[in-house]
Design a binder for this molecule. Structure first.
Ligand code: TEU
Ligand code: CA
Length: 558
């Protein structure tokens, strides 16, 4: 490890997100598992990451792939045993890699013993662990995030329970002190096992508005997202976290940059949060141009909001809930896939904050071309398909749906990790639970390891830069040309250290006019994704420059 340059280990760190089900299968049942992750610790170490975030590995009926937990203190047998988990933590630690887990506490599975008890009657001590309507009538017409009403009727009780996500994911009642204490006990239990922190799922939804509240027309989920008063519960939660030396990353949709310091920082609820302002731009029509100005505005707003404070950003381009960045924001045609993947990597990995890399992103894995409806697994995809198909299963409709899913479904990021070019991409010796992308014949770890100019090696270079340049960790941020529709230009600076990042995010050549403060001869080109493109490289930053399609240039001030 390089020497610590900040007060907190996680500010120096690069994180890697693992979707265990699709990472590596160790026993041939087609499902990725904990021992599979253990086999790949060497890969993670070589990549240079400092901690991993594991998507949920708790016991679960898997309606929403582990986000519906039926026992918080047990490992899903598909993934292994508690001993496997202990061994994974130990071995990761021995290799200098910390491990954080997913903490899903907005809701449980409807198979959780608490919920089974809760359904037995109003007198049951667990009844109030969940949220109920007073009568058989639904209190409002709020729409759940996964579609349909947020209310589900229980005939035996003649009441409805509340769920923000699928009906098999009943929301916990955070107003109930006993419920909160049960959750806090569980959190301490895990931290006592030696894990290094949590990514806290859907945490901005734990407080609900009063039932008569109307949803905002432009935002159907407003009555249960970042609702006033949520801070009371988040403060209690963070007090538990503060008993330990860990890292906490909240998943906080609906939290704005203006509220950033309340949510993160020494007195904030978490060390960092995943904000949704930039990722919301992922939801666009395939034929719509990418909104470069919007992306710069969103990212820049968060950079500035936390720049001089104690707060800290979590940087990300992908996760298990969004399609692949190279397909959405980059360009997945053979001509531009590699270059645009590197352009996106350059753009976000050098910002201020802790970068998260989602498995396969470092290979430039694009979206999947789904060829049959049964290849899709995600609960939201299935709901959407059911709505679209209607009664009849028409062939043409099927094709349209497959095309849509191949562009928007969360399953795009959940296809197995591509380790090599063999039949199942070395993911599994059995039949993978989800189809392997056929492009693994050309896009895989084995190939990119040996190919010097691969995306994987480019990621390694960027990670190395973060480890060696102080300015990338502690430096400030300023961007230029905010209204330019193609190019993102920003500078990181710290005392005399300066680093300039120029990235063309489009497939067209771009002209830029840079301000006098950066123009000059005192720069050296530190890194580029287009070494072959000598004409575009210069050690002089001219006031006017031409930037090639998806070109990324990183300069350091001499
Ligand atoms: O996702 C949460 C999620 O999708 C919402 O927080 C977000 O507010 C929404 O997109 C905005 O409208 C997490 C997990 O990442 C996801 O995989 C789970 O399915 C979900 O929670 C339920 O646990
Ligand atoms: Ca397995």
């Amino acid at each position: 490890m390089t020497k610590k340059r900040t007060d907190k280990w996680w500010k120096d760190a690069v994180a890697y997100q693992i979707y265990p089900k699709s990472f590596k299968d160790s026993n041939g049942d087609g499902i990725g598992d904990l021992n599979g992750i253990r086999e790949k610790i060497g890969y993670l170490k070589d990549l240079g990451v400092d901690f991993v975030w594991l998507n949920p590995v708790y016991q679960s009926p898997n309606v929403d792939n582990g986000y519906d937990i039926s026992d918080y203190q047990a490992i899903n047998p598909e993934f292994g045993t508690m001993d496997d988990m202990t061994q994974l933590i130990e071995e990761a630690h021995a290799n200098g890699i910390k491990v954080i887990m997913d903490l899903v506490i907005n809701h449980t599975s409807d198979q959780h013993p608490w919920f089974l008890e809760a359904c037995k009657g109003e007198d049951n001590p667990y009844h109030d662990y969940y949220i109920w309507s007073d009568t058989a009538e639904k209190p409002n017409d709020w729409q759940s995030i996964f579609g349909g009403s947020v209310w589900e009727y229980v005939p035996s009780l003649k009441k409805n329970y509340f769920h923000v996500f699928a009906k098999e994911q009943p929301d916990l009642n955070w107003e109930n002190k006993q419920m909160r204490e049960s959750i806090f006990r569980m959190i301490r239990w895990w931290l006592d096992q030696g894990i290094d922190g949590f990514r806290i799922d859907a945490i901005s939804h734990i407080k609900k508005s009063s039932w008569e509240t109307k949803a905002r027309p432009d935002w159907p989920h407003s009555p249960f997202t970042n609702v006033k008063g949520i801070g009371k519960y988040l403060k209690e939660l963070s007090a538990v976290f503060k008993e330990y030396d860990i890292v906490t990353v909240g998943e906080a949709s609906g939290v704005t940059a203006e509220e950033a310091t309340e949510w993160v920082g020494n007195d904030g609820y978490f060390n960092m949060i995943f904000e949704f302002e930039h990722i919301s731009l992922w939801q666009r029509d395939k034929n719509e141009a990418v909104d470069v100005v919007g992306l710069k505005r969103a990212l820049g707003r968060w950079q500035r909001a936390l720049d001089y404070g104690e707060g800290w950003n979590a940087l990300y381009m992908e996760n298990h809930d969004v399609p692949r960045s190279v397909s959405v924001f980059g360009n997945d045609t053979p001509q531009y896939r590699a270059r645009s993947a590197k352009a996106l990597a350059t753009m976000y990995l050098l910002l201020q904050g802790t970068p998260f890399i989602y498995q396969g992103q470092e290979l430039g894995m694009p979206n999947m071309t789904f060829t049959a409806i049964d290849q899709l697994d995600d609960v939201t995809a299935k709901n959407q398909i059911k709505d679209l198909l209607g009664e009849k299963d028409q062939a043409t409709k099927t094709l349209e749906i497959l095309e849509l899913m191949s562009s928007v479904s969360r399953d795009n990021s959940r296809t197995p990790m591509q380790w090599d070019w063999s039949d199942n991409a070395e993911f599994s010796t059995g039949k993978p639970w989800m189809a392997v992308n056929p492009n693994h014949k050309t896009i895989n770890v084995a190939q990119q390891r040996v190919e010097k100019s691969s995306i994987l090696n480019y990621y390694k270079q960027l990670i190395h830069l973060r480890k060696t340049k102080e300015v990338l960790v502690s430096g400030h941020y300023v961007d230029y040309l905010p209204k330019h529709k193609q190019v993102y230009v920003y500078e990181r600076f710290l005392e005399k250290e300066r680093l300039l990042v120029i990235v063309n995010l489009t497939k067209d050549e771009a002209e830029i006019k840079l301000p006098q403060t950066v123009v000059g001869k005192d720069w050296s080109l530190l890194l580029t994704n287009s070494v072959e493109d000598k004409s575009q490289q210069t050690t002089v930053i001219a006031s006017k420059m031409t930037i090639a399609p998806y070109q990324a240039l990183v300069y350091v001030h001499n």
